[in-house]
Design a protein around this ligand. Structure first.
Ligand SMILES: Nc1ncnc2c1ncn2[C@@H]1O[C@H](COP(=O)(O)OP(=O)(O)OP(=O)(O)O)[C@@H](O)[C@H]1O
Ligand SMILES: O=C(O)c1ccc[n+]([C@@H]2O[C@H](COP(=O)([O-])O)[C@@H](O)[C@H]2O)c1
Length: 226
């Protein structure tokens, strides 16, 4: 297969902040699937959730610090250049346009995102644009919430990683990734409670959070009062 057609995988997130629950499972997935590179795609206006506490610039800075010494990862800031909600389907359509019909594209999500995928904007178009690579996440059911959604999932599953490289889109691959029990919510909460979370994210990100006074004790009290 020619170089420009190697599988291009994107990992979208709010990254408020980025943590080991993002980095470790995705690194394991990359090894399993044979990805040379994973593109991190921070969103600007995240759909379907409260808005982030850190600014977009701060979230990007944290991603940059987290991946500075990790050649597997690169950063794509395209969603930050749009003021509108960061609909994944639109980002993927743009990438498909740029890269052509034959380029294998994949979007990486955690198990929790898979369970709510049917609430995403034009979710049924996603598989015509990309494959979905799913990382395990502790605390979330392994099955979809309805028989209809489970049938949809089953009909797109593959256990053959080669299919992801050979076809441009259309498969769902459930990766055998380590269970990492970390969430950004827990990190923000711990910081608001004045607790350390140094074991949950890269040291450079931790130091940045301290320097910027992000998710601080006082800020937490202000948020609770709102
Ligand atoms: N611990 C984890 N294990 C596997 N996947 C994860 C984990 N944490 C996040 N993800 C996945 O990473 C993507 C981006 O997640 P996000 O930036 O919202 O992090 P989060 O920890 O879920 O944040 P929050 O707690 O603020 O909702 C999502 O697809 C999510 O499923
Ligand atoms: O397009 C959508 O409707 C949509 C709905 C929810 C989440 N997403 C994307 O999925 C990725 C993970 O989302 P989140 O909220 O878990 O950080 C991130 O890239 C979001 O922009 C996309």
């Amino acid at each position: 297969m020619s170089e420009h057609l190697s599988l291009h995988a994107l990992f979208g997130g709010t990254f408020d902040p980025i943590h080991f629950g993002h980095l470790h499972p995705v690194a394991a997935l990359a090894h399993q699937v044979g990805l040379q590179q994973v593109t991190l795609l921070p969103n600007n206006v995240p759909p379907h959730r409260p808005q982030p506490e850190a600014s977009a610039a701060q979230r990007v800075e944290m991603v940059k610090l987290a991946i500075a010494d990790q050649p597997l990862f690169r950063l794509d800031q395209r969603e930050l250049q749009r003021a509108t909600p960061s609909w994944t389907v639109e980002t993927l359509a743009e990438l498909r346009q740029e890269r052509g019909e034959q380029q294998p594209l994949a979007f990486i999500i955690g198990q929790d995102s898979l369970l709510t995928l049917h609430k995403w904007h034009r979710w049924q178009d996603l598989l015509s644009l990309c494959h979905l690579l799913v990382c395990k996440r502790p605390g979330y059911p392994a099955t979809m919430e309805s028989a209809e959604l489970q049938q949809w999932l089953d009909s797109h599953l593959t256990t053959d990683a080669r299919a992801l490289h050979q076809q441009p889109a259309g498969w769902i691959f459930m990766a055998d990734t380590p269970l990492v029990s970390i969430s950004a919510t827990e990190i923000r909460q711990r910081r608001h409670d004045g607790e350390s979370c140094d074991d949950l994210l890269p040291a450079a990100v931790s130091a940045y959070i301290d320097r910027e006074g992000l998710y601080s004790h006082c800020q937490g009290r202000d948020i609770l009062r709102r």
